[in-house]
Design a protein around this ligand. Structure first.
Ligand code: ATP
Ligand code: MG
Length: 139
């Protein structure tokens, strides 16, 4: 059984999409084994997004991520990492496939940069990333 980390970003929280989002992962066969609401700190976010901290969009991303609480969850299942990524959809909701969270529930009317930033959820991209992120948020 594999575990992966999913995080509902502030846009998903503010729009009340939590339950709908969880259903997408459950319908894909994954089981939610942990869930908590958390007010992240800038320090935690820099650790979570260490690969992006030096990028030009990071200050806006951090500000956005601090704009409400977030929901962090662990989903479990066979091939959980790949399945959760597939259900999440591409980073840009406009380019994500239909049937994915980002495409179905994302705000396609936003300007490019905002739409890419406010894409509702985060899901670990690899098994290693999942292990690191589970330790970071639930350690
Ligand atoms: P995530 O890691 O959140 O699941 P991802 O793996 O699809 O998303 P990454 O390349 O890891 O995408 O980017 C992390 C997050 O940073 C994106 O989900 C998005 O919120 C934000 N982001 C990425 N690129 C941009 C950009 N060009 N402008 C604004 N925000 C961006
Ligand atoms: Mg990523």
């Amino acid at each position: 059984m594999e575990k992966t980390l999913v995080l509902i970003k502030p846009d998903g929280v503010k729009k009340g999409l939590g339950k709908k989002i969880v259903k997408y992962y459950q319908n894909a066969g994954l089981k939610m084994i942990k869930r908590k609401e958390i007010d992240p700190t800038p320090q935690l976010l820099k650790q979570h997004y260490f690969a992006h901290v030096a990028k030009p969009f990071y200050p806006d991303l951090e500000k956005f991520m601090l704009s409400s609480h977030i929901v962090v969850m662990i989903f479990e299942g066979s091939d959980a990492v790949a399945i959760a990524r597939k259900v999440t959809g591409a980073t840009d909701p406009a380019k994500a496939e239909k049937g994915t969270i980002r495409r179905d529930l994302g705000d396609l009317s936003l300007p490019d940069d905002d739409r890419i930033m406010m894409n509702l959820v985060h899901a670990s991209a690899t098994k290693e990333e999942a292990e690191r992120e589970i330790k970071l948020w639930f350690g």
